[in-house]
Design a protein around this ligand. Structure first.
Ligand SMILES: *Cc1c(COP(=O)(O)O)cnc(C)c1O
Length: 219
């Protein structure tokens, strides 16, 4: 199958999952995760009308996205991988949304950089719903306090929460937990669901699904 066919298939499955969940059409945003793929492959998705993309490394993104963004107005680029504070300047310069705010140090670095560059990115707090030691994200019980800190102390726009459930577990309970934490934290958006489970995530209320291999192929 060609990339554009795979993209259309994902789009129609997103639409079907919205209907099945009794949700309005086009309320779920598809973030096409293009990590490891080259600019020419990404251009095929852009030609098919895709405008929202996700990448997990700042340095890799700097090698392809400045040019792609210059070619096509209206691209929205999400950082979905862990961020080090020494990359904050580059991240703020290139990305439109950062989904992986998970500690005070990085929140402060991003706030400072946005002020310096005169840019207001939309931000998500990443939650480690499975309490996995190797995984980034704030622990669930600290989420609401951290969101309030980011808003009240740093003036950040926290748009939503993001999670990556443990690979070998049923993701449903993790999606349900993130939904509950978003209510408690007063945020509206939920970034959850990947190639293997985006339809489930939509049933649990995902507003953004991050789909890579189902669109671009195996990495
Ligand atoms: C790679 C990645 C995805 C996409 O994963 P697929 O299984 O290829 O859809 C989604 N979210 C994050 C954080 C990722 O790093």
């Amino acid at each position: 199958m060609e990339l554009q066919e795979r993209l259309n298939e994902v789009r129609s499955k997103v639409g079907a999952a919205e209907r099945d969940a009794g949700r309005q059409a086009h309320t779920v945003q598809l973030v096409a995760v293009s990590k490891t793929f080259e600019a020419d492959t990404i251009r095929l998705a852009i030609e098919a009308g895709q405008r929202i993309f996700g990448e997990n490394r700042v340095q890799e993104s700097q090698g392809k996205w400045p040019e792609l963004k210059a070619e096509t107005p209206g691209i929205e680029l999400h950082l979905i991988g862990p961020l080090q504070s020494n990359k904050a300047a580059e991240a703020v310069a290139l990305f439109d949304v950062i989904e992986t705010i998970d500690r005070e140090k990085i929140a402060r670095a991003i706030a400072e950089e946005m002020k310096r560059q005169g840019k207001a990115l939309r931000l998500y707090v990443q939650v480690n719903t499975g309490l996995e030691p190797q995984k980034a994200g704030i622990v669930p019980e600290d989420t609401a306090t951290f969101v309030n800190f980011c808003r009240d102390e740093l003036g950040l726009i926290i748009e939503g929460l993001m999670c990556i459930p443990p690979a070998e577990e049923n993701p449903g309970p993790h999606f349900a937990l993130l939904t509950k934490l978003a209510e408690k934290s007063g945020v509206k958006k939920l970034s959850m669901g990947m190639s293997g489970d985006y339809e489930t995530a939509i049933a649990f209320g995902a507003t953004n699904v991050r789909v890579g291999s189902a669109i671009f192929g195996a990495r």
